[in-house]
Structures are given as structure tokens and as C-alpha cells.
Design a protein. Structure first.
Length: 299
């Protein structure tokens, strides 16, 4: 059965304050959800918890809930420290970590603050993904961002599932050659099926077999209770997230649990094994309660 998760980073209280990851994770686990995911940014202009800290808190507050980066911007960090954080989190929550990796957005101030040229983000990401398995395994590894520097990390841990974010041809190639699966957002079920088939072809050409998909969906779970309507949600995705209006209308979903469950099932039929819902608007407690009801409707 398809797994259902929630994005922590989009949740807020009516007054705009951030709920703690512990509160959200406990409520998500009690609601029957499978996972909690955190986005990764240095500076967005809004309150935003660092993703590793947020996921560590969520994992520590629960016993079965899976936690995932959606997605980690590896290129923003020194790889040695990123690998240490990932390995530590996986050691504390064995078998529960999903490592989503992507290039992230391109606001110049975030990359300048990290001291990383935005033009290097693709190359740094690919180099990091190639070195990461050896680093997590505890082997002495030359760091691609610090040439002629070698480090061995401990404790050694298995590599968590690596999900590659993005929908560009380059992202599909990255998923096929360096990932375990694909993590697109704002995509139709038809787009999932097409992208999955393309990744299968590319991975086969590279001597690999990659076909796993996790999808991120934007939803107003309380749209039937006075929350954002379909049109209002489309306006948000177009105005704040920059999605083309036609795409936003095709991928946004506003309505009761039955409608959300129907959309999740459609993604599952297209090949997704995990669907992460990014709630937009409304009280975070209510959003999780409604998503839990949708999860119960999925057979």
C-alpha cells in the first residue's frame, strides 16, 4: 500500500508561529501517517528550522514514524559535515530515514551566505552523491569539495534510500545514475508515469535498475471547511511558488479527505510508493487530522 507523509516545513499555527517538530511528529504518528519530511534552506526570509535538527527532534519523539529530507541541499554544505549529520541521524533512527537530495532554489543571498557559487550547485551535488556512500560506510574518503583531504567517519551506517528531487532532464539522469529513486513535486500522475519510465531507461543504460518514486503534493486539506479553495490554492502556488498557472491548477488539490485519498491513489497507480502532502494554509493540527482520515481511506 502507498505510504502517506506530511511536510513539516509548510505547517504553521494560525498566528504564524512554528509548531515544534516533536509536536507535529507525535500528532502525525497518532493520526496513522507514515512519515514526516522537512525542507532544507539556510535563509528564506521566514522562520525556518534547520532540516537535520527538525528531523532529529521528530525521530526522537516517535518510534515508528519515518523521517525524510524533502530535499537536502547538499551543495550548500561542506560534505564532511553533511555526511556526519546524515550518519548520526540514521544511527539514531535506523531504518526510518529517507535522504531526499536536490539542487534547491536559486536565491543568490542564500548561496552567498553559504559561501557557495550558485553556478557550482549541480557539480557539487553530483560529486557529493558519489562520495556519500563511502563516507557513510566509514571508509577513508577523499572529499570532493576539499581536494587532497581524506576523512573516515564513525559510526558507520548503511546508506538510507536516496531520492533525487527535481523534474528536469538533468534531475532524471541524476536519479537514474546516482539515486535510489525519484522525488518530484508539483507533477501530475501522468507525469509521474512518464518520468518513471524515462528513469528506468536511463538507469538500464547505466547498468542500474531504478524505478522507485516518491511524490510531493500541495493540498488545502480543509478546503471544504472554509480553507483555501481550489482557485485560491492555485493562486498561492502560482504567486508564491512560481508554478505556471496551468500546472498549478492540474496538481493542486483542495477538498475533503475523500478527494485527497483519491489523488494519492492516482499517484500510487502511476507508480509512486510514497506520497508526501504539503499542506497549505489552515491550522496544522487540523491539517494532520484530515490527512490521517484520508490515509485511512486508502486501501
Amino acid at each position: 500500500m502507498v505510504k502517506t507523509g506530511v511536510s513539516y516545513s509548510s505547517l504553521s499555527a494560525p498566528d504564524g508561529s512554528l509548531p515544534t517538530p516533536q509536536e507535529v511528529a507525535r500528532r502525525a504518528e497518532q493520526a496513522g501517517l507514515d512519515s514526516l519530511w522537512a525542507s532544507d534552506h539556510l535563509a528564506t526570509g521566514a522562520p525556518f528550522l534547520e532540516s537535520t535538527v527538525a528531523l532529529a527532534a521528530a525521530a526522537a519523539a516517535t518510534s515508528t514514524l519515518e523521517v525524510g529530507f524533502g530535499v537536502l541541499q547538499l551543495a550548500l554544505r561542506r560534505l564532511s559535515w553533511a555526511a556526519k549529520q546524515i550518519g548520526s541521524l540514521h544511527a539514531l533512527a535506523p531504518g526510518r530515514l529517507h535522504l531526499g537530495v536536490g539542487l534547491g532554489g536559486v536565491p543568490a543571498d542564500e548561496w552567498q551566505a553559504a559561501g557557495v557559487p550558485v553556478t557550482e550547485r549541480a557539480g557539487r551535488t553530483d560529486a557529493a552523491l558519489r562520495a556519500l556512500p563511502s563516507l557513510l560506510a566509514g571508509r577513508a574518503t577523499e572529499l570532493p569539495d576539499l581536494p587532497r583531504t581524506t576523512v573516515a567517519l564513525a559510526p558507520a551506517v548503511p546508506v538510507p534510500p536516496v531520492w533525487i528531487g527535481g523534474g528536469s532532464p538533468a534531475a532524471l539522469r541524476r536519479a537514474a545514475t546516482l539515486g535510489d529513486g525519484w522525488l518530484p513535486a508539483a507533477i501530475t500522475p501522468e507525469g509521474v508515469a512518464e518520468g518513471r519510465e524515462r528513469i528506468r531507461e536511463l538507469s538500464a543504460a547505466a547498468g542500474r535498475s531504478v524505478s522507485r518514486v516518491t511524490v510531493t503534493v500541495f493540498a488545502a486539506l480543509d478546503g471544504h471547511m472554509g480553507g483555501l479553495s481550489q482557485d485560491a490554492l492555485v493562486d498561492v502556488l502560482h504567486g508564491q511558488f512560481g508554478f505556471p498557472r496551468e500546472l498549478a491548477d492540474a496538481v493542486a488539490v483542495s477538498g475533503p479527505p475523500e478527494l485527497i485519498a483519491e489523488r494519492i491513489t492516482a499517484y500510487a497507480s502511476a507508480g509512486a510508493e510514497h506520497v508526501v502532502v504539503c499542506p497549505v494554509g489552515g491550522s496544522w493540527e487540523q491539517q494532520i487530522e484530515l490527512l490521517g482520515k484520508a490515509r485511512q481511506l486508502i486501501s
